[in-house]
Each structure stands twice: as C-alpha cells, then as structure tokens.
Design a protein around this ligand. Structure first.
Ligand code: HEM
Length: 409
C-alpha cells in the first residue's frame, strides 16, 4: 500500500465544473491527465477542504460498493458539493442519496416498484405522445427555437410531473428552485430558501393526496407512510424533492447535449435516422461520452480503506469521478471519440454503480431513446442556429449541460 500526499500545498485544486479539454464535453485537461497518470489524487475543494479524487473505472466500482464509504453528509470530512449541502446538518431530513445501509435499503425499496423495467415500458406510449406533442409545437414555428426550453426541459418535466402526480402548470415554480439547488454558486441561504419552498409545496401536495389519492407515486408513498409509519413526513418530502429535481435536471441536460453531439457528428445522426434500432446503443454511448453527473459521487471513509493501492484514512472525503471513469483508457478504446458502434459502452458508470445506482435509469433511458429517435426522424434538417463557441455551458452546476441551444431546420 503506497503512502499518500496529505500536505495542503500538494493538493490539486478541484472544481468539478471545469470541463472542456479539446471539446466542451471532455473532462478538464488536468483531470484527464490525472486519470491516466495516477488513479487517486488528493484534491482541494471549493471550501478549502480536501478529499481524494478516484478517477479509474475499476477503482470507482470497487470503492463505491464498499460500505466503509458513507453517504452521510453530516459526518466530519464529507466532501460537500455546495454550501447548502454543507449546512444541512443535525436533524434536517436526508434524501436517499445521503443514507447508508440499512436505512437506505428501506427507503429505496419504496421506490423500486415504480421504476421497474416493466412499469417504465408501460409508460413509453405516453412519453412518445409528450415528445410528439412538443415537436409538433416546435415545427409550427419557423424557427430558430431554443431546443432546451422547447424540448429538452419539458420532456422530463412533464414525465416526472405525471409520475409524481404534480401539476405541470407549476413547473416554473419548481424548475427555478431546482436550479438553485444544483447551482454551485448559490449561497446556503438561497438554497435553504429554495428547499423550504419546495418542501412547503410538496407538503401541501401530500395533504391533498392523503385526502384524495390518485394513481401516482406521491399518493402511493403517502398511503405507505400513513399505514406503516415507516417513513416520517419530513423524510417523504425530502424524497419527493430528490425525485422532482433529479428526475428532470439530469435527463433535460442529457437530451440537449445529445442533440448537440449528434449535430456535431452528422454521419452518425444520419445512420440513426436510417437505422432506429441503433438508438438504444447510441443512447448508452451518449451517456458515457457526456456524463452529465459531473460532481461525481461524494462519500466519506468511516474506517481506513485502501483505494487504488492508496490508504484513505477514516474521516477523509472521497469523490468518485464518473466523467474520468467513463474516459478510462483501460476500459474504453479511444474514449475521447464519440462512436455509436463501440462494443465497450456497457462499462459506463453514467448512472453510478452499486446500491445507490440511479433509481430512475430505466425511465431516463426510455425518455432519451424516444427523444433522440423522434428528433432525428421528425426533424431531419435540424441544425445549430449559432456557433458552438458562442454557447454557454453549465460549468457552474452540479449537472453539466448547455444553457440554451438555438436550432433551425
Ligand atoms: C440521464 C439521466 C440521469 C442521470 C445521468 C442520472 C445519474 C445518477 C447518478 C450518477 C446517481 C448516483 C449518485 C451517487 O452514487 O452518488 C443517481 C442516483 C439517483 N437518481 Fe439519477 N440520473 C438520471 C435520471 C434520473 C431520473 C429520471 C430519476 C427519477 C425520476 C433519478 C433519480 C435518482 C435517485 C432517486 C437517485 C438516488 C438513488 C439512491 O441513492 O439509491 N435519476 N442518478
């Protein structure tokens, strides 16, 4: 086991939003270099604290599955992604992603039924209807339109609203607050206010569902809470906030960046138009290549643990970097190349790995597959209405993306 660098001066500054090596989708040059040169690196965080950055695919998989790494943000040494997460200590209800075994298993079980493959497959016709409706409306105009506002954001937003039984008319209310929660530069006060406003909104929604249940996930969770008492009302609210925000931020950014990537690879876009059966593989490659969850998984060691041949001491923070793991040359041939034909895409960790692996991944896949296939087929002349250089990327957000994507056809 090799000893480690622990001096502050030797730690590399790590701001996970510094994307953009040779293209806007690449991890930062410095991180890409780290991924090939050393598997685990001491990094300095935005708040001056330190953590270990794990960059290799195999090390990430092994470490993320190890119960000696905790998700509990209240523990000292936890590598907080924003000031907001850092201030949520004490009794503040935690979300699923902030819980460890066995509490995590209890809460996660309540969700799995609704996100099972079969359930999601049954939702495909409705997702297709939503996607077609948005494209119809887009094509009624002569363009250019912003694909993010007209398409990428409303698809997952409409889907998650229907799943949770939340009125879509309120989408602006929770999109604005969700953006604050995901913004790295939001102050703890701003984020706390956004969280509390969402909590009040969803608390009201839970009361309505208790009185008048519908065929939706919120009604089922409320009924479960009332009958079994297994989950407190505050924890239920925190769970709903996570679903509402995680359910549309990630997928929306994947849809817009996928469109941009395909526009930059017109020959592969044309191939997908002719061979729609290739869309599922193409979506997996888009997930690998783009890796929007750019803040990585955050954990803290509760015991001494070896990662990548290095000793991580109890109480030290660990960041498991999905973006570099998805560009690991020991797993992916020419990882910087976007190629829908590759046969190694199955090794990607864009949805995480282990017990916290994304609960919504089947739903996200269905949305992405339908959105990509429909867009390439129904808008064959789609093109960028602005140069790539002038686009604004979401470097300051926990989830990577593009602020706006003006397109014509
Ligand atoms: C392309 C879209 C998506 C991506 C890239 C993505 C990515 C991720 C990743 C990387 C994790 C693991 C984080 C960690 O281990 O710390 C995660 C967890 C999670 N995701 Fe997603 N996600 C997506 C869509 C969704 C959707 C549509 C939903 C729900 C409707 C969702 C709900 C969740 C939840 C609840 C967790 C926490 C699971 C747990 O802790 O057990 N995600 N996601």
């Amino acid at each position: 086991m090799t000893d480690v660098l622990t001096e502050q001066e030797e730690a590399v500054p790590f701001y996970p939003m510094e994307r953009g090596g040779s293209c806007p989708f690449d991890p930062a040059n410095q991180l890409a270099a780290l991924a090939t040169e050393q598997p685990i690196t001491r990094v300095r965080l935005w708040n001056g604290n330190h953590a270990w950055l794990v960059t290799k695919n195999a090390d990430l998989r092994a470490a993320i599955s190890d119960r000696r790494l905790s998700c509990d943000p209240r523990l000292p040494g936890f590598p907080h992604v924003t000031a907001f997460v850092e201030t949520r200590r004490g009794d503040a209800p935690r979300t699923l992603i902030e819980m460890d075994f066995p509490e995590h298993t209890t809460y996660r079980r309540m969700l799995t039924k609704d996100f099972l493959y079969k359930r999601v497959e049954a939702m495909r016709p409705r997702i297709q209807e939503i996607v077609d409706g948005l494209i119809d409306r887009m094509l009624e105009s002569t363009g250019p339109v912003d694909l993010v506002a007209a398409f990428a954001l409303p698809v997952p937003s409409l889907v998650i609203c229907e799943l949770l039984g939340v009125p879509y008319d309120d989408h602006e209310f929770f999109q604005v607050r969700s953006n604050v929660l995901f913004a790295r530069d939001a102050t703890a006060e701003q984020a706390m206010k956004a969280f509390q406003e969402l909590a009040v909104y969803l608390g009201g929604m839970m009361q309505k569902k208790a009185a008048q249940p519908g065929d939706d996930l919120t009604s089922r969770l409320v009924a479960e809470q009332l009958t079994t008492g297994a989950i407190g009302p505050d924890s239920l609210v925190a769970m709903l906030i996570l679903l509402l925000t995680a359910g549309h931020e990630t997928t929306a950014n994947m849809i817009s960046l996928s469109a941009l990537t395909l526009l930059q690879h017109p020959e592969q876009m044309a191939e997908l138009r002719d061979k729609p059966e290739m869309v599922p593989d193409a979506v997996e490659e888009l997930l690998r290549y783009l890796t929007v969850a750019q803040s990585g998984a955050r954990r803290v060691a509760t015991e001494d643990i070896e990662i990548g041949g290095h000793l991580v001491k109890a109480g030290e923070g660990v960041i498991l970097a999905f973006d570099t793991a998805n560009r690991d040359t020991s797993v992916f041939a020419e990882p910087e190349v976007f190629d829908i034909h590759r046969d190694d895409t199955g090794q990607h960790v864009a949805f995480g790995f282990g017990s916290h692996q994304c609960v919504g991944q089947q739903l996200a896949r269905a949305e992405l597959q339908i959105a990509v296939r429909t867009l390439v087929q129904r808008v064959p002349t789609l093109r960028l209405a602005q140069s790539v250089d002038s686009l604004q990327f979401r470097k300051d957000m926990a989830v990577y993306g593009v602020q706006g994507l003006p397109v014509s056809w």
